[in-house]
Design a protein around this ligand. Sequence first.
Ligand code: M7G
Length: 300
Amino acid sequence: ATPLSSFQGFEMIKILNDHPKNKSVFVHGKFRGHEEEAVVILEKTPFSEETLPFALSGETKLKVGLKNDIYGNYHGTPPAQVNGIKVSVVYPATPKHLVKYSQQQTYLVQETGDDYRNITLPFLQAEAFRIQWVYNILEHKQESERIVFEDPDKETGFILLPDMKWDLKQVNDLYLIAIVHKHGIKSLRDLTAEHLPLLHNILKKGQEAIQEKFSIPPCKLRIYLHYQPSYYHLHVHFTHLNFDAPGTGVERAHLLSDVIEHLEIMPDYYSKKTLAFCLRENDQLLAEFRKAGRVPQKSE
Ligand code: M7G
């Protein structure tokens, strides 16, 4: 697949979701003359020390909205350097991607260890997102020039690289992911004390690499796993503490340091622990939990 060079021929089908607070919008569309559909995410980028001088210059034209005594509001049109937007594209997008990026009712599910084995696991084996992109990274077929750190060990090794959501323009929204080399660890649920050397290694070497490359010390990092993740190949998120990554609520993020400690105290903690997470109205997994009587039927 070749990268896009513009949105020439793009036809919008629907706004799937929009987040005024994050200044982002998720759009469903297609390209004229092509059958495949696309999901496009547009997001305004944060200000940075490099771009501020362009914003606060004679090149930024101001139109006054309100002026009262010492208070003024303006609509500003800054020069191109300040106007970049971050664009993410999934193309061709599957119906599951459309669901993932749509706005829907959400429900909190309490998944016991048995629920995982009886409901979630069989569902995952049939329905999970493809993780070809993960293998492409691990095999250096894609994004190899973006790798920040690699430990090639088959058991405890991983690749640390910028998350797709980070444009690398400024470190105050730093976002990297560590992807483990070992295949077959689907998520937090699969972790046992046997994986402690792997987890310690990711924590320590990930922190060191970020300190070295981006000058961000460990006390400024939020290091966590998602449960449920979107992609079932173990990976750890590293974000700047000042940055609230979208899609990372209290119920979904599990600090790596806590995960390590839980496994040190109790080797099979995560196969027993009830884990809470949100499911959305159109998630197939929600239907499975409903079928099993573990979530009430639709109420409205
Ligand atoms: P997750 O916890 O499985 O799910 O995290 P989420 O996407 O719902 O948070 C997967 C992480 O991998 C996310 O932070 C994605 O932004 C990131 N990611 C997804 N893809 C398809 C890619 C990719 O192709 N390259 C990189 N570098 N990151 C990706």
